[in-house]
Design a protein around this ligand. Structure first.
Ligand SMILES: NC(=O)c1ccc[n+]([C@@H]2O[C@H](COP(=O)([O-])OP(=O)(O)OC[C@H]3O[C@@H](n4cnc5c(N)ncnc54)[C@H](O)[C@@H]3O)[C@@H](O)[C@H]2O)c1
Length: 367
């Protein structure tokens, strides 16, 4: 991976088949303002963010929207409390109420400024506001930059489970300012890194090896390298989504590590392990199972474990969580189809497949 010029601009057809949208990636894109302005045009805006992110980045969005003295533009700000606990119907309603009270019309553009929680709830509000308004993703966590901001899944949690209410609604553009990563806590950064190495495992062996070779630079948060890495992840995700927008088939490979990861999150209680941490352990389990079948070289397993550990990510099931606990948690997962758990394994490094056929003994051996 050769570090590129300090800015990478990616234009991806991220929705099949009739529309495409740009994903701009690079440092200080928010401060430049022109990308946001070109997506919004002269339209009014409903900006959704949270109390942690607002003091860090909201002024950049204001400056971009009001550049050239455009004070006539109406900008409504909805500042939600921070946290997954607020990815709820109540937050969704709060956004819609604010937009209605300020007399926004369907031409209004919603902007999601924040991590995956803000992106998901804002996208869902936009999907249903006056039967559908445009929205722009400005993701500020590594996880949201490589995963949740691309692909068009939006939604909120319900007391009965995560992400049970939502819609497919693609943004009109994504602006990924890698400078925002400077303030991201280490644990959140590492959680995003788990999703990044996933793309190498499931879709691109050369990318996997590049990431392993650049572990130190990634720990340092090397800016040029990150822009390149994020672009490659977005390209892989966009390619998979293009082929299967609504997860009828190939999109399920993006759940690599997630079947086991969700079981861990559920068993531990949501929020004890970050999602990316649970996925890291889940990927390590899935890779060990794949290696046990001879599909992956032992060297690749060692490289993955070393990479995850370099970011202080877990590589095993939580102590005391045995195969029985995994089986019962996985049976309740919403991705179970016709009673069958859908596992994602590797057929080789860089190639994943979905299968219901994994023996409990294989799982027990590799936790
Ligand atoms: N829609 C999808 O396809 C998809 C995919 C993956 C995950 N998700 C969802 O994404 C959510 C997780 O997203 P997340 O990991 O971004 O969590 P998050 O949105 O909760 O953000 C993590 C924390 O980092 C803070 N933060 C965000 N940006 C910051 C910055 N630049 N500097 C300092 N602090 C910052 C946030 O305020 C929050 O406290 C989950 O709800 C998950 O279900 C959705």
């Amino acid at each position: 991976m050769s570090p590129r010029a300090p800015e990478v601009l990616v234009r991806l057809a991220a929705e099949a088949p009739d529309r495409s949208y740009p994903i701009h990636i690079g440092p200080s894109l928010l401060a430049r303002g022109d990308m946001l302005r070109s997506l919004v045009g002269d339209r009014n805006v409903c900006l959704v963010t949270n109390q942690t992110i607002a003091p860090l980045f909201q002024s950049f969005v204001f400056d971009a929207l009001h550049d050239g003295g455009d004070a006539s533009r109406k900008v409504t700000v909805v500042e939600l409390p921070d946290g997954e606990a607020h990815k709820t119907l109540a937050s969704y309603e709060r956004i819609l109420t604010a937009a209605l009270e300020d007399k926004h019309e369907r031409s209004t553009v919603f902007i999601a400024l924040g991590g995956g929680v803000i992106g998901d709830v804002t996208g869902f509000a936009a999907a249903s506001f006056l039967r559908g308004a445009d929205f722009i993703q400005v993701p500020t966590t590594l996880l949201s930059q490589v995963d949740s901001s691309v692909g068009g899944k939006t939604g909120v949690n319900h007391p009965m489970g995560k992400n049970l209410i939502g819609a497919f609604h693609q943004p009109i553009g994504v602006i990924i300012d890698t400078k925002t990563l400077e303030t991201l806590p280490d644990r959140e950064y590492a959680a995003g890194m788990a999703e990044i190495i996933k793309y190498g495992l499931i879709a691109d062996a050369a990318f996997f090896n590049d990431l392993i070779g650049h572990t130190d630079a990634l720990i340092r948060r090397d800016e040029a390298l990150l822009a390149d890495v994020i672009a490659r992840c977005c390209a892989i995700k966009a390619d998979v989504v293009n082929r299967d927008e609504r997860e009828g088939g190939v999109r399920a490979i993006l759940n690599f590590g997630h079947t086991f990861g969700h079981a861990i999150e559920k068993e531990q209680g949501f929020g004890v392990w970050l999602h990316g941490e649970a996925v890291a352990a889940g990927m390590a389990i899935a890779v060990r199972i794949s290696a046990g079948r001879g599909a992956v070289e032992p060297d690749a397993v060692t490289a993955l474990i070393g990479f995850l550990q370099a970011f202080s990510l877990p590589t095993e099931a939580p102590s005391g969580m045995g195969v029985d606990a995994f089986m019962s948690a996985m049976q309740g997962d919403k991705k179970v189809q016709a009673g069958k758990i859908r596992y994602v394994l590797l057929e080789s490094l860089g190639n994943a497949f979905v299968t219901p056929n994994v023996d409990e003994s294989e799982i027990a051996l590799n936790l």
